[in-house]
Design a protein around this ligand. Structure first.
Ligand SMILES: [Zn+2]
Length: 270
């Protein structure tokens, strides 16, 4: 998915220098800025991998540069002479003087760190589940875990231990398509309904990826994945008081985990 875009720009390149413009962006690297910069310099990037809101670059030294995107973080590949972004936090210069890797984060909830690898994953994220577009995502395991959980179905969709890659927008859109209320207990879903929900999650992600073509093709790599989802294709999210595309009932908005849930009160009954 988005990973492919980044992979193409960074694989095989040697890091010359790392500049930390905001210490908060590397607060997860406990040894500090100097150690972070020293250890990265001279290492070659082997590729780019992604799981949920985490993205990492395996390095020839055996570790990986891990990016936690948080709410607003982005990893951009920019020409070396491009002006600095307002919220540029970390800049990686390569030995070839080509395009730079830049970590930009308005709210600085995210950050970068250098991590050891275990079983092909950076240590801190070994618990994060695969995303449903991953060929190795196991449908049966997910459906079983979803139905075994004592939680609301939307909370389950946002739970990265269960499934990754589903943000607030995608969750609302998938639930609308599956005609499920966000607060419905996940344990009350029958196996076919859980399978149908997973199919709708995939359909939404598929569509979002198809529309967010810029993520693949341009230098701009939005690892968040959601900004490419154009408003015109949304059925529920952000459509408070507008008619439901199925039944015409005004879409309702309810507070949910410091955010909002959008749903049709008629098609999606609790
Ligand atoms: Zn409706």
């Amino acid at each position: 998915m988005v990973r492919r875009g980044l992979d193409r720009w960074v694989a095989g390149r040697r890091i010359a220098e790392v500049e930390v413009l905001h210490p908060r962006a590397i607060r997860r690297h406990i040894a500090g800025s100097q150690d972070f910069r020293t250890r990265l310099a001279g290492q070659s990037v082997l590729g780019a991998s992604r799981r949920g809101k985490y993205l990492w670059l395996p390095l020839d030294g055996g570790g990986a540069l891990l990016g936690h995107l948080g709410m607003s973080g982005q990893l951009l590949v920019q020409p070396s002479d491009a002006a600095d972004e307002t919220h540029l936090r970390v800049r990686v210069r390569f030995a070839d003087d080509g395009p730079q890797l830049r970590f930009v984060d308005q709210r600085t909830f995210g950050g970068l760190s250098l991590e050891a690898m275990k079983d092909g994953l950076p240590l801190p994220i070994s618990h994060i589940a695969r995303d449903p577009m991953d060929p190795e995502f196991d449908d049966a395991t997910f459906i079983r875990a979803l139905r075994a959980k004592q939680t609301a179905v939307k909370r389950a969709l946002l739970d990265q231990n269960l499934i990754s890659g589903v943000g607030n927008i995608y969750a609302d859109e998938s639930l609308w398509r599956a005609r499920l209320h966000y607060d419905k207990p996940s344990s009350s879903l029958t196996r076919p309904r859980a399978a149908a929900l997973l199919a709708e999650v995939r359909a939404v992600l598929d569509e979002a990826l198809a529309q967010g073509g810029t993520s693949f093709d341009s230098l701009y790599v939005d690892v968040n994945g959601e900004s490419g989802y154009f408003a015109r294709s949304l059925n529920a999210y952000g459509r408070e008081d507008q008619p439901c595309g199925r039944c015409g009932t005004p879409i309702r908005r309810s507070p949910f985990m410091n955010r909002s849930s959008y749903y049709c009160p008629k098609c999606q009954r609790r």
